[in-house]
Design a protein around this ligand. Structure first.
Ligand code: NAP
Length: 279
């Protein structure tokens, strides 16, 4: 039976550390500040933003929320980003995605100062990650690396397979594993013989967005399985991309959903904001 990688507990310990460091920084008169911008009424985005605000409060950060109406124009949004870029009490800017379809996400991300880009989506920060320079790490992949480390797994020399190649999860995930000397394969919807490729993995990361995608026959005995997926099953219950019951019989270690990767993402956002404030 696989060892459970408890993202909730690992995340709680890291947030406690961030809280302590924030307290020390406060003695020097510095309070990390995060601005969260949300446009429109998307219910999932509202929940994410609320959780981010709550997390900031818990560790002693200053936070500002800008809730803009769905019909906000590109110019209005860019003007707000520009204002936040220059606001001295704000160290990190997060624009909650997805934006309503009339807005140009790429242009908005490009407008955020790379020094305040705590999501690490700006091309400058993406480029830095490619070069192996870690100013800000992309939150979800960085959280996954913390989980792998906490489970006592060394990446060096391991076969790593990432299923999914999105800019926010799959691609940066592959890069972080590569930087730790893993041998990395990225799978996607055009990959041939995906189960066969997945079965080679010592470390298997599933970031597909399809419930039950990773079945037991795709997993090498003893592998570390990281489930990034956040899906709703037919009963409306939150579940990952991995058939947890069957795969945990075979894997060496596995992250649950909920309680695995999810809690780590916001923790990494806090870590990035703290790093920005220090700078
Ligand atoms: P995405 O942009 O939709 O990317 C999904 C990837 O999966 C794509 O690269 C796609 O391949 C690949 N894919 C889809 N169907 C496939 C198939 N049948 N065979 C092989 N590959 C397939 O999603 P994302 O933003 O990366 O997110 C992935 C999942 O992680 C979602 O469930 C999301 O909700 C979750 N997520 C969780 C967190 C967290 O904090 N826990 C954070 C971010 C995302 P192509 O490129 O070829 O289309």
């Amino acid at each position: 039976m696989a060892k459970l990688i408890d993202g909730k507990a690992i995340s709680a310990a890291l947030r406690e550390q961030i809280k302590q460091e924030t307290r020390l920084l406060a003695e020097q008169g510095i309070t990390p500040g995060l601005a969260v911008v949300i446009v429109g009424e998307d219910p999932a985005s509202q929940v994410y933003v609320r959780n981010k605000e709550k997390a900031c409060e818990e560790v002693g950060f200053y936070s500002e929320k800008y809730a803009l109406p769905a019909q906000t124009t590109q110019e209005e949004l860019l003007a707000l980003v520009e204002k936040l870029n220059h606001k001295p009490d704000i160290d990190g800017i997060l624009v909650q995605l997805p934006l309503p379809s009339h807005l140009d996400e790429k242009a908005v991300i490009a407008a955020i100062s790379p020094d305040k880009d705590v999501d690490a989506f700006h091309a400058v920060n993406v480029g830095r990650i490619m070069q192996g320079e870690y100013r800000f790490l992309p939150c979800t992949p960085a959280g996954i690396m913390e989980l792998i480390h906490a489970a006592g797994v060394a990446v060096e020399g391991k076969e790593c397979v990432v299923i999914g190649r999105s800019n926010i999860v799959g691609k940066p995930m592959a890069m972080l594993l590569l930087h730790e000397n893993g041998t990395v394969t990225i799978c996607h919807s055009r990959t041939k013989n995906l189960p066969e490729v997945a079965r080679r993995a010592d470390i298997l990361v599933a970031a597909v967005g399809k419930a039950g995608f990773v079945t037991a026959d795709m997993v090498k005995p003893g592998a570390v399985v990281i489930d990034v997926g956040m899906n709703r099953n037919a009963q409306g219950k939150l579940c990952g991309d991995v058939d947890f019951a069957a795969v945990s019989e075979i894997a060496g270690a596995i992250t649950p959903v909920p309680g695995g990767v999810g809690p780590m993402t916001i923790t990494m956002l806090l870590k990035n904001t703290l790093a920005a404030a220090r700078r």
